[in-house]
Design a protein around this ligand. Structure first.
Ligand code: KG4
Ligand code: ZN
Length: 347
């Protein structure tokens, strides 16, 4: 038949996830279940994700997530058409745990195995949520990624540029740490920024003077540190009024850089004369309202559709992996027991 139902597994960073997605040709895909088990509590004392702890937690949680995903979908393993799994890029211990789990399930059930690139999972999400037509422009902004991609086909992406140092989410997290705010830093900095003046500090907009879509966020963090130290020395501590202005200034600088680089990426993308021009975002940073508004404004000006999938599908999840697996499956692509976990895997 032309209906495909896949189980997807994701374990490349600090979320363990399993999902079941079903798709009938020319219809909207259906997410039958999507389970995400986070690990934030586990790493809280260490100021970042600890790869060893993450890998062990994935190994412990994967089976439970799979069982729960099947239960909620109301399906047995034998009723599926295959198993899709993130095979990279990511923290290798977690990726290995996912691939091993998927191989075990495939061996036990005789179902085909489909290895999925985690970035392709993010980049194909607009087709899962909105059946977006190729080619579309994609901005991936999370704690680990920052890049512009033109999605031309399920297996065909061209990269227009990205960060040359930190990802924006990482910059938000480090800023939160410097200002004594809670992790994850993005939501905490955004909440503070709402009360502050974005114009008081004139933080740098790195690489805006250079052509192309590459970005840099580490200099911004250094500038913020310098201002913080100056204020602390002057007042004997960081005053609340200064902190909210620092957050607002930082956030405005990130939003400006992403907006201007998006404008340039759009110009390049529009030369392809797409039938339905679209800029889609993915990644946790896409939750930021100031950044979203800045991107929306750019799209309005260029008469391009702005697409932000529901947040649960913007951040790491297994429904996007099952969906990317379905796209590969339709193209006749399968893997076998030789599937390898890859720490690096550019699109
Ligand atoms: O996509 P994601 O859940 O995980 C990966 O990094 O792959 O993104 C998490 C990142 C964190 O760095 C977090 O601080 C950031 O997204 N983030 C935000 C906001 N919510 C989450 N950054 C800015 N504003 C937000 N509201
Ligand atoms: Zn991700």
């Amino acid at each position: 038949t032309d209906t495909i139902t896949l189980l997807g597994l994701e374990s490349s960073c600090d979320d363990t996830a399993a999902a079941v997605v079903r798709h009938t040709a020319d219809q909207m895909p259906e997410i039958l279940s999507s389970i995400v088990a986070g690990q934030t509590g586990l790493h809280a004392d260490f100021g970042g994700v600890v790869p060893e702890i993450a890998a062990r937690a994935h190994a412990e949680k994967l089976d439970i997530c799979v069982e729960e995903a099947l239960l909620r979908a109301g399906l047995r393993l034998g009723e599926l058409d295959g198993i899709a799994v993130t095979a990279g890029p990511g923290l290798i211990g977690g990726v290995v745990a996912g691939v091993m789990c998927a191989k075990g399930l495939a061996a036990g059930s005789g179902l085909p195995l489909i290895g999925v690139n985690h970035l392709a999972g993010h980049a194909l999400t607009p087709r899962l949520t909105d059946q977006t037509a190729f080619p579309y422009l994609m901005l991936l902004v999370s704690g680990g990624h920052c890049q512009f991609l033109i999605a031309k086909g399920p297996d065909e992406f061209s990269r227009l540029g990205g960060t040359i140092d930190d990802a924006p989410g990482e910059a938000f997290d480090k800023t939160a740490k410097l200002l004594g705010l809670l992790q994850p830093g993005g939501p905490a900095v955004e909440a503070e920024a709402r009360k502050g003046d974005p114009k008081r500090f004139n933080f740098p907009r790195p690489l805006l003077d250079r052509p192309g879509c590459d970005m840099s966020f580490s200099g911004l963090k250094t500038a913020l540190l310098r201002e913080r130290d100056r204020l602390v020395a002057e007042h004997g501590g960081l005053r609340r009024a200064d902190r909210v202005d620092l957050c607002a200034g930082f956030q405005a600088a990130v939003a400006d850089v992403l907006a201007e680089k998006s404008r340039r990426a759009l110009a390049e993308y529009l030369t392809l004369a797409p039938a339905t021009p679209t800029l889609a975002v993915a990644g946790g940073v896409a939750a930021n309202m100031t950044i979203r508004a800045a991107l929306e404004t750019v799209c309005e000006r260029e008469k391009v559709t702005f697409l932000a999938p529901p947040l649960a599908l913007c951040t790491d999840n297994a429904a996007m992996i099952a969906w990317a697996g379905i796209e590969r499956f339709r193209a006749g692509q399968r893997d076998d027991m030789t599937l390898q976990a890859r720490p690096r895997w550019p699109l």
